[in-house]
Design a protein around this ligand. Structure first.
Ligand SMILES: Cc1cc2nc3c(=O)[nH]c(=O)nc-3n(C[C@H](O)[C@H](O)[C@H](O)COP(=O)(O)OP(=O)(O)OC[C@H]3O[C@@H](n4cnc5c(N)ncnc54)[C@H](O)[C@@H]3O)c2cc1C
Length: 486
């Protein structure tokens, strides 16, 4: 008889783990509280418009490909992937920088802004590629059990890069503040400020300029659909509208979960829900991390999001658009050091319908607006509207067009929704940040130290926030379970 595994949640990490575990012969069931799978990567469809509710940047295509290859499949068996050209646009107060889809174009753009800057840029990206190869092939595939996992001949000779920050590296090589912001942007995906992120993480710059920005036709939810289809084909049962209320422990071992009032026995329990919430499903004596532990961690930001249907095609925009036309340092302070609503927020806007006509009705545009904010901030309808008014007016100025009379509808999502919909700690959007002190073995563990046969996966454990790390997290925990529980 194969062992049974109950998985809590159906985000990328849970779906990934479910596939590896089913392939290894376990009897796997996923329990998802919401009515659809995908977690933070769910989809909103309204009046012919299609929105990805969460992730929209498809970076590191190699990791998605490797995931499907592990099952004898390819991404192309599930979705069509297109490389975006240009990759994205950054609006500054007096200039726009366009990031092309290969290094020669990007170098030309850097030269336009700062003469001679393409030379250090090529060197910086070559080093970033070196970091990427080490990170992805040597470091990230480790389960975070011991500090020695980080000690390889490649990391030992580059140890200084764990103690310098990305911010200091970039500032040494570039003087123009716009180029500095451009090069600091990718590490924001790791959830912390660039001046607290080790320079080794410049592998994100290689992901950006070296590997490019991609789009699955139909949106990011196509990946979730592909992974769910793969999971089902491997024998995984997926149950939606299935809220897990409790994890029961018997003789120090995970024994069952309570789902909508029903006890479901299981040999192994794996939670892909937010780690903090997962532990609150246990009696207090079985929790590994205290409330003060969580409170002291650096969490990645929450977000105020708007999903907007426009009744016309917009001009001067690309698929991905960053509005860095205000002071990032002040905004970052309001996220990390002195949490409060920012006066002049930076924001990001995604218009997938610019390159993918399937995302909006003819002659219309699908717009996703995101303002990163500190987790745990007050969230009211008035504040949401106030910030929409701020960013939509700036959007109109920067892109030189009126759009407010062309809004068919707008939906919003913020701290309260992250908590209600995903049981997210303080309403975080991207989990726990990857700072030096929250990397690898210093992150919450994949396996419970207090309860046997209880495991965790997802963006609060290893390797960290983002869709590619979530796929890897699922693989790492599946390997650990198979090693421990066979
Ligand atoms: C707005 C936003 C933008 C982002 N942009 C990007 C991007 O562009 N590129 C990128 O790579 N990454 C991006 N990310 C990050 C990425 O989406 C996440 O890292 C990833 O989706 C996390 O997956 P996960 O499996 O860890 O968790 P989740 O997706 O949160 O899945 C956890 C699941 O557990 C369920 N759950 C919780 N409690 C229970 C319970 N008691 N019972 C049953 N089920 C439960 C939840 O409903 C949820 O479905 C973004 C995230 C957000 C929110």
């Amino acid at each position: 008889m194969s062992k049974t595994i109950s998985i809590i949640g159906s985000g990328f990490s849970s779906l990934s783990a479910s596939c590896y575990l089913a392939k290894a012969g376990y009897n796997v069931t996923i329990f998802e509280k919401n009515n659809t799978v995908g977690g933070r990567a769910r989809q909103l469809k309204k009046d012919g418009f299609t929105f990805d509710i969460g992730p929209s940047w498809y970076w590191m295509p190699d990791i998605f490909e490797k995931f499907f290859n592990d099952f004898g499949k390819s991404t192309s068996d599930y979705y069509q992937l297109d490389k975006l050209s240009p990759a994205y646009k950054i609006f500054f107060s007096d200039e726009v920088i366009t990031i092309g889809d290969h290094m020669d174009q990007i170098c030309e753009e850097f030269e336009r802004i700062e003469k001679g800057s393409s030379v250090p840029l090529r060197k910086f990206i070559a080093q970033a590629q070196d970091h990427y190869d080490i990170a992805i092939n040597k470091v990230v595939l480790k389960p975070g059990l011991s500090p020695f996992e980080l000690v390889t001949k490649e990391t030992v000779t580059r140890v200084d890069r764990f103690f310098k920050t990305i911010s200091s590296e970039v500032r040494k090589k570039f003087k123009n503040p716009k180029l500095i912001s451009t090069l600091e942007f990718p590490v924001l995906f790791l959830g912390a400020k660039p001046n607290q992120t080790p320079s080794f993480y410049s592998f994100m710059n290689y992901a950006d300029f070296g590997l490019g920005t991609w789009h699955p036709k139909g949106g990011m939810y196509e990946i979730i659909k592909g992974m769910s289809a793969l999971a089902k084909s491997l024998g995984v049962t997926i149950k939606t509208n299935s809220n897990v209320e409790k994890i029961n422990v018997s003789n120090g071992k995970a024994a069952s979960i309570i789902v909508n009032g029903e006890v479901i026995k299981s040999d192994i329990i794996l939670s892909g829900a937010d780690y903090h919430h997962s532990e609150t499903l246990l009696d207090e004596s079985y929790r590994q991390y205290s409330e003060s532990y969580w409170d002291k961690r650096t969490f990645a930001p929450s977000s105020l999001l708007f999903y907007v249907g426009f009744n016309k095609k917009l001009k001067n925009i690309e698929h991905h658009n960053l509005f860095f036309d205000t002071n990032f340092e002040v905004h970052a302070e309001n996220i990390y050091d002195n949490p409060k609503w920012p006066d002049n927020p930076l924001f990001y806007v995604n218009f997938p319908s610019v390159t993918d006509t399937s995302m909006a009705p003819d002659g219309c545009e699908t717009g996703f607006f995101l303002i990163p904010i500190a987790p745990g901030l007050e969230d009211t309808p008035e504040l949401r509207q106030q910030y929409f008014d701020i960013i939509i007016s700036r959007f109109e100025v920067r892109t030189q067009q009126g759009v407010q009379d062309n809004i068919l509808f707008k939906e919003s999502f913020c701290v309260k929704d992250f908590i209600d919909d995903y049981n997210s700690y303080k309403g975080n959007a991207y989990g726990m940040a990857n700072t030096l002190m929250q990397t690898a073995f210093l992150r919450p563990k994949l396996k419970s130290k207090k309860v046997d046969s209880l495991y965790f996966t997802g963006q609060l454990t290893v390797p960290g926030p983002g869709v590619p790390p979530s796929l890897i997290s699922g693989k790492l925990v599946a390997e650990l379970i198979d090693k421990n529980e066979q």
